[in-house]
Design a protein around this ligand. Structure first.
Ligand code: ZN
Length: 324
């Protein structure tokens, strides 16, 4: 059982209700329309968000270094960066192989989070192409249910069980999970632990990336072997920042994006942080120049590039004291 729920940011009641309502509506729509439905909804929420904040001016660059001490127990004596790709819709899946080729050109190894029964049909050829490129295949769910974490225990268990089995028949062992639309909850993390996933990568601070320190380094959510439940422990590898936020939600310009990554790279070097940067293939396709700039910035930073699954061997429990 996950005992320290203080380390898991809880979503507000209004967000949970909105997610449940929207996922119920999405359920009634044909697969092809779901993408456009959420795009329509996001257009309204983004307009409101942009009106409310001038993102780069209000961005909190003051980093609380007191909370972030270098870890003596860390086996990885350096900061790192990981790239992930959430393949949410058919439009993402169509661009996946091109993205694998693009990453290969830059010598990047990424982690691909795939759906098994979403608006695209997984085929062996694409999955093998991803793996052959030295990348990781992880689970993003059965479909893109934005309210997953707030469903019943039975629903979540079946959802995870069936989709993981299906993905493993094609890709082999699957270690990690990222909740659709980051719809994570303490219940979902408990079930992931019971199902012996090695890591979750769904926690993210979507407003101010420097305001909550655990979003920079993996931490152990539960490390006690629980004989009764057969749980093997679960590691959270938080998401630092993602493309939908900087490009779609906040609509940042190239200069501002570069400034943010300069800052993140400096923090990662100074404090041995593990940056996890998430992209969506369909967003990359429309912003290849921005994507290439970010990748080049990271590549030239001299931070090592690791797949997310590589990080699970390099965790320490540095955050215990800061977040309890
Ligand atoms: Zn997603």
């Amino acid at each position: 059982m996950i005992k320290n729920s203080a380390r898991i940011p809880i979503k507000s009641n209004s967000e949970i209700v909105s997610r449940l309502l929207l996922s119920w509506i999405a359920n009634l729509l044909p697969d092809n329309f779901i993408y456009y439905f959420f795009k329509f909804i996001k257009r309204f929420t983004n307009t409101a968000l942009r009106k409310k904040t001038n993102p780069i001016c209000t961005w909190d660059f003051s980093f609380n270094s007191q909370k972030m001490t270098l870890s003596n127990s860390s086996t990885l004596k350096t900061g790192t960066f990981s790239i992930s790709h959430d393949v949410d819709y058919a439009s993402c899946y169509r661009y996946t192989k091109k993205l694998v080729a693009l990453d290969r050109r830059y010598g990047i190894n990424s982690s691909y989070f795939l759906l098994t029964n979403g608006s695209y049909t997984l085929d062996k050829q694409t999955v093998f192409y991803i793996l052959d490129g030295g990348n990781e295949v992880a689970l993003h769910g059965k479909n893109h249910n934005i309210a997953l974490g707030h469903k019943s225990e039975k629903y979540i268990s079946t959802f995870l069980d069936t989709s993981r089995k299906l993905l493993e028949t094609i890709a082999g062992p699957v270690l990690g999970f990222r909740a659709p639309a980051l719809s994570v909850s303490p219940l979902l993390l408990n079930i992931l632990e019971k199902h012996r996933f090695s890591y979750d990568s769904s926690l993210c601070n979507s407003k101010h990336y420097s305001s909550f320190t655990p979003f920079y380094r993996p931490y152990i959510i539960s490390n006690k072997l629980d004989e009764k439940n057969g749980a093997a422990g679960l590691i959270e590898i938080p998401l630092t920042i993602q493309d939908s936020m900087i490009l779609n939600d906040l609509g940042l310009k190239n200069n501002d994006i570069a400034k943010i990554f300069d800052h993140l790279i400096k923090l990662a070097k100074d404090y041995y942080l593990n940056l996890v940067i998430n992209f969506h293939p369909s967003i990359v396709e429309k912003n290849i120049d921005v994507y290439e700039k970010i990748i080049l910035q990271l590549k030239t930073s001299s931070l090592p590039n690791l797949k997310i699954e590589d990080l699970i061997h390099h965790t320490s429990d540095d955050f215990q004291s800061c977040c309890d």
